[in-house]
Write a protein that binds this ligand. Structure first.
Ligand SMILES: NC(=O)c1ccc[n+]([C@@H]2O[C@H](COP(=O)([O-])OP(=O)(O)OC[C@H]3O[C@@H](n4cnc5c(N)ncnc54)[C@H](OP(=O)(O)O)[C@@H]3O)[C@@H](O)[C@H]2O)c1
Length: 324
């Protein structure tokens, strides 16, 4: 099968299209013919070994010491089940599915095997493969945030990094649950985040949200520049800082910082479940979550896709068409 493979860490050009063996589903696994995936910031982090401060020590254990452990990137996937291993009951050949390959990656190849109990659900027939896969990365992350910190009608919610894959989902989900949403973004993305439901928009080049005197019930930190030391001042007593991106120090100090300031500081771990994927797909079907697709690339354009994601300026998601 054809796949985008990287055999050393580095810039976008380390990724190449190669012929590699097609995977064979083992017991409990489904073989998926991949229609689409996304090129996400997670792919960038793996490829470039770009981990948050302090986590570099653990990096080699996860990513590989001298060469990448997982040679085919792609953390999310949508496609059609082509075969199943022994004991698979949840899916049958011909089923259209969408989900997360997660830390196994592999979405940037024509076929991938996933365990039947992975974060995988049926794709609604009326939803395109591109739309479905663009819901997963941000949608499942926000689902985990909401599980740990339910949002109530009237809550003041701030989303830092509102135009990214996670931020664009967070704005819509918070709005769906009745929050008054403030989006922090650049001027160029103000219209986008308003169209997603943001009530107020802060241009980060003009205003520092943390120094403005406004207080929030919930802050989604999706950029990496608003740790507790900065964002804590903008939390109401009892408010919650959801650290979607956090460095080692922020992780270790989260509980202590929360106790001291009578707030909650929650580092968001990466533990996707099929319920998290279903959350995103169901909300989309209900019209409450729309996939934000910035650009779509073909598998052969994988280097360009990585280059664009590396810019740090993508809006929502970059979709990669893999088959067909
Ligand atoms: N914990 C988890 O399980 C988990 C899951 C998913 C993602 N993450 C992490 O969460 C972070 C966000 O992921 P993502 O996929 O949403 O990233 P992304 O899509 O790459 O975010 C790109 C967006 O960030 C915005 N941005 C850049 N600098 C900004 C600033 N100073 N203030 C506000 N917005 C800014 C850009 O908007 P402008 O062009 O307008 O600046 C761009 O639209 C990443 O670090 C990722 O590793 C963690």
């Amino acid at each position: 099968m054809r796949a985008a493979v990287y055999r050393r860490f580095g810039g976008p050009e380390v990724v190449r299209i190669e012929e590699v063996p097609k995977p064979v589903p083992q017991a409990g696994e489904v073989l998926i013919k991949v229609m689409a995936s996304t090129v996400s910031v997670a792919d960038h982090r793996m490829r470039a070994r770009d981990l948050p401060k302090g986590l570099g020590f653990f990096g080699p254990l996860v990513l590989g010491v001298f060469a990448p452990r997982k040679k085919i990137l792609g953390m999310d996937v949508t496609g059609v089940v082509e075969g199943v291993g022994a004991g698979v009951r949840r899916f049958s050949p011909g089923d259209a599915v969408v989900g997360l390959t997660g830390v196994h990656f592999g979405g940037h190849g024509e076929y991938v095997c996933l365990k039947q109990d992975a974060a995988l659900v049926a794709k609604p027939a009326e939803m395109s493969f591109e739309d479905a896969v663009a819901l997963v990365f941000g949608g499942h992350t926000v689902s985990e945030c909401i599980r740990r910190c339910p949002i109530k009608p009237g809550d003041a919610v701030l989303v830092n990094g509102a135009s990214g894959a996670v931020g664009s989902a967070a704005v819509q989900v918070a709005k769906h649950f009745g929050a008054v949403v403030t989006a922090v973004t650049s001027a160029g993305n103000a219209e986008l985040v308003r169209s997603l439901g943001a009530d107020l928009v802060i241009d980060y080049a003009e205003t520092d949200f943390a120094a403005s005197g406004e207080r929030y019930d919930v802050i989604f930190e999706c950029v990496g520049n608003a740790p507790f030391e900065r964002a804590g001042a903008a939390l109401k007593p009892g408010g919650t800082l959801l650290l979607v991106i956090v460095d080692l120090e922020g992780m270790l100090n989260a509980k202590k910082n929360g106790r001291r300031s009578v707030t909650r500081v929650l580092p968001i771990s990466f533990t996707p479940t099929s319920a998290d994927v279903a959350f995103a797909i169901d909300l989309a079907q209900a019209g409450a979550l729309r996939p934000v697709i910035d650009r779509t690339y073909e598998l052969d354009q994988i280097v360009e896709a990585h280059r664009y994601v590396d810019s740090g300026r993508k809006r929502g998601n970059v979709v990669l068409r893999v088959a067909g």
